[in-house]
Design a binder for this molecule. Structure first.
Ligand SMILES: Nc1ncnc2c1ncn2[C@@H]1O[C@H](COP(=O)(O)OP(=O)(O)O)[C@@H](O)[C@H]1O
Ligand SMILES: [Mg+2]
Length: 494
C-alpha cells in the first residue's frame, strides 16, 4: 500500500521512464549495455547531471564501476570524479539518501570531490541481492541544474528495486548457464553415445570425433563399409547437436531415378511436369533448421551433384519448375561405402562437391578391425531382440569373435536374431550361431553356382561396388560381371 501511494506521487514523466526501464530489464537476453541504457533513462527522468552504478564488495577496493553515464550519454570510466564518501554513507545506512545543497552541508562538503565538481545535490540508493547490498546507484546534479527532491528519491528507489529483481534473475541465469556448460563438457568427454555400442579404441576415437563435430555446423562425410553404422552415426550427430529439437531427415540416394530424387529433395511447382498437380515442398525445405542425411551419396547423378553443391555452398534451393531461389538452413551429413576420391579421379563424382562434403570426414572401421566389440554388441542385440538377458556359451562367443563379418554390425545383428530363435533356456551355443556364408571353402556347403555368386558379391562389397576392380581381382571381364549381376537380379525377382 505504501508503495502504491508512493508511486502516485511520481510525475508522469518519471513514471513513463520507470515503465521503459522495466521493459528494458525484462528483456529475455542480457545485453551488455543494458545498465547503461537504463542509466540514460534515469539521467533524463530526474534531470541529473550524471548517474553511476557501482558494484560493492566489502574489502580493500570495495567499489567497481559497472556503468556511469553523464548527460551527454557518455561513459565515465573514473570513479574519482564522484564522492566515495557518499557511496560509503549509503552502504552504512543501507537506505536511500538524499542530500540537498551539499555545498553548504558541512557533513558532505568535507568531501573534496563534491567541492571540485561543484555538486549541488546527490541521491544515493542501495541495490540489494538476497538481502545483501550488491551495489549503489548514485545520481548528482550540479549547481546550475535543478535540485533533487523527495519525488526523485522515490523514483530512484523504484528503479533500484527493479534493478535488484532483474539482477537476481540475471545472476541466477548466468549461474545456471555456467553449470550447464560445465556439465555438458563433462558429458562430452566421457559418456558413451546413446545406442552406439563399442568400447574398442577405434570406437572410442570415433565417439570423441562424433561429439566434437556435433557441436558445429560443419558438413560431415561418414565413410565405412555397409553395415558399419553410418546411418546410426548420422542420427547421433543430429541428436548431439544444437539442432536436436529441429527436424532430422534422411534420404537414401542409391538406385532411385534421378527426377524422382530431385523432386523429393528440392520439391516442385504445380505444373512442373505432368502429374505435378500442386506445389510440393522439397525435403531440404522441410528439414529447414535441422539436419539432412544423404545416404549413399556416391550414387547421385552429375546433374544432381551440381544442385547439391548449391545447397551446401549457398544454402539455397530452386524447386523444379520454379525460378525463385529459396533460402534453407540445413546441416548436411552424407554417407558412402565407396571410395569417393577414387570416383572423383574416374570423373564420376564432382571434385568441388567432394571437397565440400569432405569438410569433416569420419571413417567407421569394419567390424573385423574391432573384434573386441563383438561380445558387447552380441549381448546388446540379444537383449534388445529377446527382451531379456541371454547367456553366451564361451565357445559361441569364440565363434563370433573369430569370424570376419563381411556384413559388419548389420550381419551380426541378423546372426544374433537367428541365434535367439534357435536357443533354449536363454543359452546361446555354438550351433545356434549360423554364419550365412563361409569363412573357408571347406565349410561351404552350397553348389558351385552358389559359390560363384557369393564370391562375386563379397568381392564387389570389398571394392565398394567398383566393377572394374572386382573384375581385375577375379580375373574376368567387366562384361562377365554385368551379365552375372543381371542373372542374379532376374533370380531374385522371380
Ligand atoms: N556400434 C553400434 N551399436 C549398436 N548398433 C549398431 C552399431 N553399429 C551399427 N549398428 C546397427 O547395425 C545396423 C546397421 O547400421 P547402419 O547404420 O544402417 O549401417 P550403414 O548405414 O553403415 O549400412 C543398424 O540396425 C544399426 O542400428
Ligand atoms: Mg546405410
Amino acid at each position: 500500500m505504501e508503495q502504491i501511494k508512493e508511486i502516485r506521487s511520481i510525475r508522469k514523466e518519471q513514471f513513463d521512464a520507470l515503465y521503459r526501464i522495466s521493459r528494458l530489464l525484462n528483456e529475455a537476453t542480457v545485453q551488455e549495455n543494458l545498465v547503461e541504457k537504463a542509466l540514460d533513462l534515469v539521467v533524463d527522468a530526474i534531470r541529473a547531471e550524471r548517474a553511476l552504478f557501482v558494484r560493492y564488495r566489502p574489502g580493500d577496493e570495495p567499489f567497481t564501476i559497472i556503468a556511469a553515464r553523464n548527460i551527454q550519454k557518455e561513459t565515465i570510466k573514473d570513479l574519482s570524479a564522484f564522492s566515495s564518501g557518499i557511496l560509503q554513507k549509503v552502504i552504512e545506512q543501507q537506505t536511500p539518501c538524499l542530500y540537498h545543497d551539499v555545498q553548504s552541508d558541512p557533513q558532505i562538503s568535507q568531501f573534496e570531490s563534491v567541492r571540485i565538481q561543484n555538486i549541488k545535490s546527490v541521491i544515493g540508493v542501495p541495490i540489494f541481492n538476497q538481502g545483501q547490498i550488491w551495489g549503489v546507484i548514485l545520481a548528482d546534479s550540479r549547481t546550475h541544474r535543478q535540485e533533487f527532491n523527495e519525488e526523485n528519491l522515490r523514483f530512484l528507489e523504484f528503479f533500484a528495486n527493479m534493478v535488484s529483481l532483474a539482477l537476481e534473475k540475471i545472476i541466477y541465469l548466468e549461474d545456471l548457464q555456467k553449470e550447464n556448460a560445465a556439465l555438458r563438457h563433462e558429458l562430452d568427454l566421457s559418456a558413451p553415445l546413446p545406442e552406439i555400442i563399442g568400447e574398442s579404441p577405434a570406437m572410442k576415437k570415433f565417439s570423441t570425433l562424433l561429439r566434437k563435430v556435433a557441436q558445429t555446423d560443419a558438413t560431415v562425410l561418414i565413410t565405412g563399409e555397409s553395415g558399419t553404422g553410418k546411418e546410426l552415426a548420422a542420427k547421433a550427430i543430429h541428436l548431439l547437436s544444437k539442432r536436436r529439437d529441429k527436424a532430422y531427415l534422411a534420404q537414401f540416394c542409391g538406385s532411385i531415378p534421378d527426377t524422382l530424387l530431385e523432386s523429393e529433395l528440392f520439391g516442385y511447382k504445380k505444373g512442373a511436369f505432368t502429374g505435378a498437380t500442386a506445389d510440393k515442398k522439397g525435403l531440404f525445405e522441410v528439414a529447414d533448421g535441422g539436419t539432412f542425411f544423404l545416404d549413399e551419396i556416391a550414387d547421385i547423378s552429375m546433374a544432381l551433384q551440381a544442385k547439391l553443391l548449391r545447397v551446401i555452398q549457398n544454402q539455397e534451393i530452386i524447386p523444379l519448375g520454379s525460378t525463385k531461389v529459396k533460402k534453407v538452413n540445413v546441416r548436411i551429413v552424407a554417407a558412402t561405402n565407396k571410395d569417393l576420391y577414387q570416383l572423383v579421379k574416374e570423373g564420376k563424382f564432382r571434385e568441388d562437391l567432394f571437397y565440400r562434403l569432405n569438410v569433416f570426414p569420419i571413417h567407421i572401421p569394419p567390424l573385423r578391425d574391432r573384434l573386441g566389440d563383438v561380445a558387447l554388441l552380441a549381448n546388446h542385440f540379444a537383449k534388445t531382440f529377446g527382451g531379456k538377458q541371454y547367456r553366451f556359451d564361451p565357445a559361441a562367443l569364440k565363434k563370433l569373435e573369430q569370424y570376419s563379418w563381411p556384413g559388419n554390425v548389420r550381419q551380426l545383428q541378423n546372426v544374433i536374431q537367428r541365434a535367439i530363435i534357435l536357443s533354449e533356456d536363454q543359452r546361446i551355443l555354438p550351433e545356434h550361431i549360423i554364419l550365412d556364408d563361409w569363412e573357408s571353402p571347406e565349410q561351404f556347403e552350397g553348389t558351385l553356382k552358389d559359390f560363384e555368386k557369393l564370391l562375386l558379391k563379397r568381392r564387389l562389397a570389398k571394392y565398394g561396388g567398383n566393377r572394374t576392380l572386382t573384375a581385375q581381382s577375379l580375373g574376368v571381364s567387366v562384361r562377365w560381371i554385368q551379365l552375372k549381376l543381371k542373372e542374379m537380379e532376374g533370380e531374385s525377382q522371380t
